[in-house]
Design a protein around this ligand. Structure first.
Ligand SMILES: Cc1cc2nc3c(=O)[nH]c(=O)nc-3n(C[C@H](O)[C@H](O)[C@H](O)COP(=O)(O)O)c2cc1C
Length: 188
């Protein structure tokens, strides 16, 4: 049985650049025998963390909020690899992506985070030609810090400039990078 891979897409555009990169990663991963599930966060009911502390009480596993994260928590727990695909909005992750990442808090306990040891990959697209001016670097840096905090591994990143939905397809080198990253995540 191949690696289980969860891909979370944080763009409202289902045929946008983030989902194009995500599809390439999924294709590479499937070619390597992985089982891939892709979730579009925008259409899901994912509430912001309320900092209630319920997840830290011994009586609770995961988060007390009853929304679509209850579907995602077991998927995240059982995945070998997790991929985040986000557009850059206002110089960092989209709000959809950030709310999802905040809710990982529900996977923490005195023993650490349930995502510890998992493989992660990051896919970003942005309009500015420069990853610093676009704000992509801010998302990359905060993601690196988050993964260090939860003791997970950043296996690879694919990021590039595109503006119109799907425009990123024209960047053949980037498409290949995304496919190869998927293959790498599959373990093959
Ligand atoms: C609300 C909003 C904010 C944006 N902010 C930025 C930004 O700060 N830097 C940037 O380079 N592009 C910015 N963009 C452009 C998108 O990042 C770019 O079009 C990206 O390729 C969209 O990805 P998608 O097709 O997956 O939605 C913004 C777009 C929107 C709609």
């Amino acid at each position: 049985m191949g690696n289980k891979i969860v891909i979370a897409v944080g763009s409202p555009r289902k045929r946008g650049n983030s989902s194009t990169l995500a599809a390439q990663v999924a294709a590479g991963a499937k070619a390597g025998g992985a089982q891939v599930e892709t979730f579009y966060l925008h259409g899901m009911n994912i509430k912001p963390c309320t900092a209630c502390g319920g997840c830290r009480k011994k009586t609770h596993v995961d988060c007390v909020l009853k929304d679509d994260m209850q579907l995602l928590y077991p998927k995240l727990r059982s995945a070998e690899a997790i991929v985040i695909a986000s557009p850059i909005y206002w110089f960092t992750f989209s709000a959809q992506t950030k709310v999802f990442i905040d809710r990982w808090y529900g996977l923490g306990s005195d023993e650490g985070y349930a995502l510890a040891g998992k493989k992660f990959a990051l896919l970003l697209s942005y309009a500015d030609a420069d990853p610093f001016l676009s704000g992509a670097v801010n998302a990359i840096r905060s993601f690196q810090d988050a993964l260090q905090f939860i003791e997970a591994e950043l296996v690879g990143m694919v990021y590039g400039s595109a503006s119109e939905a799907g425009e990123i397809k024209k960047n053949k080198a980037l498409m290949k990078d995304a496919y190869d990253l998927g293959r790498k995540l599959s373990g093959k």
